[in-house]
Ligand binder design. Structure first.
Ligand SMILES: [Fe+2]
Length: 216
């Protein structure tokens, strides 16, 4: 039998399911840190706007880092971060190399069928990421309290038997291999849901942070 060597360094914690739910964030972040950001019209996974906290160049640019010839690493803080010091601190305290950092503002979903039928997608996190480097995955910090909303994850887009759900109360922290898993959020309620999404490079630092924040 031939063993295929992975082309990038990956995390054992994500090997089986492609995601890991961590302990909730224990700190408090003032809502002004996400409500005071400048949001751009950028559609992904529903009726969404994004505020860019770190981009490829430091400009307020929501596009992929590959547009600038970079893998999704070495993010540069944008002007937005001036009103979001605790969000910035959350990212840097992880200690792992980070790329794109954004806050998503997601309007309530119309219905679950449109989420699973239209919005499930995979991300393109590892374009231009050189072989041998750490596989880029994404972390979430849910900012608003949305305990009845959840992220839908599927290994196979059209196979509900491969589905998992991640609930989204305030402070929910989780890491997803979003290039592997199809994903979208089903958001109920009548107000937008806000969450910070950070691209991190797999490696010893991300592993240590995930171990330290493992759900008990
Ligand atoms: Fe995505």
């Amino acid at each position: 039998m031939t063993t295929v060597q992975p082309r990038h360094e990956t995390l054992e914690a994500l090997a089986e399911t492609g995601f890991a739910i961590l302990r909730p964030f224990a700190g408090r972040i003032d809502p002004s840190e996400w409500e005071g950001l400048t949001y751009l019209d950028w559609q992904s996974g529903g009726d969404t706007n994004f505020a860019v906290l770190a981009s490829a160049t430091g400009e307020d640019d929501p596009r992929g880092f590959w547009e600038h010839g970079k893998p999704d690493k070495a993010g540069v803080w944008t002007k937005n971060v001036e009103v979001a010091p605790a969000l910035r601190n959350w990212v840097t305290s992880v200690g792992a190399p980070y790329g794109r950092v954004r806050v998503i503002k997601l309007q309530p979903s119309t219905d679950l069928a449109s989420v699973t039928g239209r919005y499930l997608h995979q991300d393109d996190n590892n374009r231009l990421n050189p072989e041998g480097a750490g596989w880029v995955v994404r972390s979430w910090l849910n900012l608003t309290d949305n305990p009845d909303s959840y992220m839908v994850l599927r290994e196979e887009r059209d196979d509900p038997s491969t589905e998992h759900h991640i609930p989204l109360p305030a402070g929910a922290q989780f890491v997803v291999d979003t290039e592997r898993l199809w994903h979208a959020v089903y958001h109920v309620g009548d107000a937008p849901r806000y969450a910070m999404i950070t691209s991190f490079e797999s490696g010893p630092a991300l592993k240590a942070w995930m171990d330290a924040n493992a759900a008990s």
